[in-house]
Design a protein around this ligand. Structure first.
Ligand SMILES: Cc1cc2nc3c(=O)[nH]c(=O)nc-3n(C[C@H](O)[C@H](O)[C@H](O)COP(=O)(O)OP(=O)(O)OC[C@H]3O[C@@H](n4cnc5c(N)ncnc54)[C@H](O)[C@@H]3O)c2cc1C
Length: 342
């Protein structure tokens, strides 16, 4: 079966922390996924599927089960008409490879999601998003192995319970579906302004008025280079906290104390506020904590980096420092975006 034993999980998280997996195997086909799940079932072992590990942090205790790394390849055209092209991508493809492929073909829909690390199969889990766009805007359906029903299923967009940085795969059905492919619908037209504020500002400053998928990808790439460290150079999980969503009354109270607070309208009259702004205001931008070996990135306070931490316990201690200080100042409890496993 080619299953490895006692594998260091540090190599399977871009935060580079955590213990060992009892078993780990790669799956490059649907049959292999099914066989690996059966192998684990007969031994009563829990199973988890992962991609690049860019949104997970392993506990120091490691994982006492089978970790399946999705390596299912392929990009296929599923449908085409005058206005749209629909593609089906294997869960083990790099997400950004799909974005590059589509922008090179002048297709619109995922150019705002350029340079997000990770694999295609993980993208629906937290409904990846950036610059006002989300995967759920373009996802048609996905295929997955349903570990409850023990068979492959197809789930339409409406069945995925997508919301801001979440889905049923991260909540009620966490761990149940092993996603093997994702189908997305792209448009044969150009993206239309106005764009997300920071992106629009960049385009205006650089006098870019040719709004093609390719120019948007280039702009997003440049902005992200400053804001986010490359995980292959600096260990990190991207934005460490999600932007809290609060009611209008609470927002008005905060605005009275902190007139420069950053907030945007969200659904149902709620306000989404910038977690990075709060962390920076709490004094944690470009912060380097000698005690834990953790820090925050110079380009964005929202990005926690592992400089020389040795354990996940170190990371959690540093995170708590930030969460406590932000709560003390703003009365808001920050929620962690990357998942702590298991
Ligand atoms: C520098 C940096 C920048 C980032 N920027 C963004 C951003 O702008 N927007 C954004 O939304 N995210 C961002 N992220 C987070 C991350 O890139 C995404 O969440 C990505 O989709 C994770 O992919 P992965 O393959 O690394 O998943 P992993 O970290 O391996 O897994 C994440 C979760 O998905 C589950 N999972 C993985 N693959 C499958 C599968 N095939 N089937 C079922 N479950 C699966 C895992 O069990 C785990 O629960 C960033 C991360 C980094 C490091």
């Amino acid at each position: 079966m080619n299953i490895q034993e006692n594998v260091d999980l540090k190599a399977h998280s871009t935060m580079r922390l955590g213990g060992k997996a009892h078993y780990l195997a790669e799956a490059d086909s649907e049959t292999r996924v099914k066989n690996l799940v059966n192998w684990a079932n007969t031994r009563n072992l829990p199973v988890i599927m992962i991609g690049e590990g860019s949104n997970i942090i392993w506990q120091d205790e490691g994982y006492q089960g089978l970790v399946i790394v999705n390596k299912i390849p392929g990009i296929k055209i599923a449908a085409e008409d005058d206005k749209n092209l629909t593609i089906k991508a294997g869960g083990g493809e790099m997400w950004d490879k799909i974005v590059e492929w589509s922008t090179n073909k002048n297709l619109t829909g995922i150019e705002f999601l350029s340079r997000i690390p990770g694999y295609v199969g993980a993208a629906p889990v937290q409904n990846i998003g950036a610059y006002g766009a989300e995967l759920s805007d373009v996802l048609v359906e996905l295929e997955a192995y349903d570990t409850n029903l023990r068979k492959f299923v197809t789930l339409a967009n409406k069945d995925c319970a997508f919301a801001y940085r979440t889905s049923r795969f991260k909540t009620v059905d966490k761990g149940r579906f092993l996603i093997t492919s994702v189908t997305i619908k792209l448009a044969k037209s150009s993206p239309k302004p106005p764009f997300y504020e920071s992106l629009q500002n960049y385009l205006d400053e650089h006098k870019i008025r040719d709004y093609s998928p390719r120019t948007i990808r280039q702009a997003v790439t440049e902005i992200r280079k400053i804001k986010l460290p490359d995980p292959s150079v600096v260990a990190n999980n991207g934005s460490f906290f999600t932007n809290p969503i609060i009611n209008k009354l609470k927002y008005q109270k905060l605005k009275a104390d902190f007139p420069e607070i950053k907030g945007w309208g969200h659904s149902d009259g709620q306000i989404k506020i910038a977690a990075g702004w709060m962390v920076e205001k709490a004094g944690f931008k470009d912060f380097h904590d000698k005690k834990t070996g953790m820090g925050t990135w110079w380009g964005s306070a929202l990005v926690m980096i592992n400089e020389e931490a040795r354990t996940t316990a170190d990371l959690l201690a540093f995170k708590q420092k930030i969460v406590s200080k932000v709560y003390e100042m703003f009365g808001i409890i920050l929620e962690q975006e990357p998942e702590l496993l298991p």
